[in-house]
Design a binder for this molecule. Structure first.
Ligand SMILES: [Zn+2]
Length: 317
């Protein structure tokens, strides 16, 4: 009866080929008008999401481009000044290669794709009358992995905050951690950033970290340098030391809890100060917090000009 088995096998294989669903490529997904929401597992029209700051009806928060965040929902009148990354800051001091591909070529493609000078968009502007410097980490820029260049860009922004004695520094985090391509040049970002964040505190500048999604590894050095840390929604996922696959491998045979690395469980464990219900609340709530801490009314804040206090990070470190 082998011939029957062969016939059935060949029929099944033909049917499989006929009805096979090709997995859409990244390009296909980018061009599609629809996206699958991981929160409700329903297809959502991208246009509808864009109108609601990339928040699904189920309250799942998709990634948001820092430029959109800054201009449409953070700075007053959508106006802000870009803080430049120092030209000399090298993202690839080791001339790293991934297979046959040069990392610097990949890095330049991220810059072209995002229109940013580094994985971080650094900006200064006014928010509800307060002078604020903001950092927006862009995951579309190579997973916002922090090379030496991102480290120098952060320092440039923090130096400006100290020079102009702004009211607050607000960071919107999304980052895979320190870039492995830079080896120790990337790791040195960690102590330098911790010192720089401490200098902001000593200067009386309020620092607030907002976890947007996907934060792992050394980026937590910067996150925990803030006076306050919030998640932008209780559903923010992947706030982890390492990715879920790696964490699961360490704990062989045991399933990770469903809310492992999710903001709600991290708040419950007391590791951050709280979670907003939605990213739409951030602007009002953090400016209220800063005003209370600085004892400034909105009218006073708007009337007050920045002072000329100068503290130099390089000489102090
Ligand atoms: Zn949804």
């Amino acid at each position: 009866m082998n011939w029957i088995k062969e016939k059935v096998k060949s029929f099944v294989e033909k049917a499989r080929q006929t009805f096979k669903r090709e997995r859409p490529s990244k390009e296909d997904q980018a061009e599609s008008m629809w996206v699958n929401c991981p929160g409700c597992n329903q297809m959502q029209l991208k246009e509808d999401l864009n109108k609601n700051f990339n928040i699904c009806k189920c309250t799942y928060h998709f990634d948001l481009d820092p430029k959109v965040r800054f201009s449409e929902m953070f700075f007053d009148d959508g106006e802000y000044e870009i803080i430049d990354c120092p030209e000399w800051a090298d993202p690839d001091p080791l001339n790293f290669k991934i297979g046959e591909k040069r990392f610097i070529d990949k890095y330049n493609s991220y810059k072209k794709k995002t229109g940013q000078q580094s994985a971080i968009l650094a900006a200064k502007g006014v928010v509800n009358g307060l002078n604020i410097i903001a950092f927006g980490y862009n995951f579309s820029h190579g997973g916002a992995a922090l090379t030496q260049r991102e480290g120098e860009h952060l320092i440039a922004g923090i130096q400006k905050a100290l020079d102009e004695k702004v009211d607050a520094v607000v960071s919107f985090y999304q980052s895979g951690g320190m870039a492995v391509t830079g080896n120790l040049n990337s790791l040195k970002n960690m102590p330098v950033q911790m010192m720089a964040m401490k200098m902001l505190r000593q200067a009386g500048i309020i620092t607030i970290g907002i976890c947007s999604s996907k934060i792992t590894g050394g980026t937590f050095c910067n996150v925990y340098g803030n006076d306050f840390i919030f998640a932008e929604s209780p559903k923010v996922e992947n706030m982890l030391f390492a990715g879920k696959r790696v964490s699961a491998a360490v704990n062989k045979g045991q399933e990770l809890p469903k809310d492992f690395g999710q903001a709600s469980s991290i708040v419950d464990n007391g590791m951050i100060d709280g979670a907003f219900e939605s990213r739409k609340e951030i602007r009002e709530k953090i400016t209220n917090l800063v005003r209370v801490l600085l004892k400034k009314s909105e009218i006073e804040a708007r009337a007050e000009s920045t002072s000329n206090v100068k503290v130099d990070i390089q000489s102090a470190s």
